[in-house]
Design a binder for this molecule. Structure first.
Ligand SMILES: [Zn+2]
Ligand SMILES: [Zn+2]
Length: 139
């Protein structure tokens, strides 16, 4: 029975990742998982995340606030990630394929994979920052 529970928790974590609007921290995943499995331990979330990373089912992104966040792998893709709200936008194409071939030719290196994530502020967060920059108490 313990095995079945593990399997169901694993599936639930994957589903949470797949349905998330943006990258989630292990703590956020844990909080969401406990909606379904109130007794689920944070260590279970970490263990599954490690496994997902090894299996290529999830990706880990390190944010400048020091917290690692996880996303479901959706095949090959690159993202614009907002460091303010963690919103992410998938790029419609890979800008590196041409470079990869060029590098392979120039260096004899066989490129097996790459990752590229661009970090910045989304329009909403930028607007928020600009508003904060204005003098407080103004009209
Ligand atoms: Zn944002
Ligand atoms: Zn690429």
């Amino acid at each position: 029975m313990a095995e079945l529970k593990r399997t169901r928790q694993r599936a639930a974590i994957l589903r949470l990742l797949a349905n998330a609007e943006g990258p989630l921290t292990a703590e956020e995943l844990h909080a969401a998982l406990r909606g379904e499995f109130p007794a689920a331990a944070l260590s279970t979330v970490y263990r599954n995340l490690e496994r997902f990373l090894q299996e290529g089912l999830a990706q880990k992104e390190d944010f400048r606030d020091g917290a690692a966040r996880y996303t479901a792998a959706q095949g090959h893709g690159h993202y614009l990630v907002c460091t303010g709200c963690a919103r992410r936008i998938r790029l419609t194409q890979c800008p590196l394929h041409g470079l990869e071939q060029e590098l392979a030719r120039g260096t004899g290196f066989t490129v097996e994979s790459h990752s590229l994530t661009l970090y910045g502020k989304c329009p909403q967060c930028r607007a928020r920052e600009e508003n904060r920059g204005k003098k407080p108490g103004g009209a």
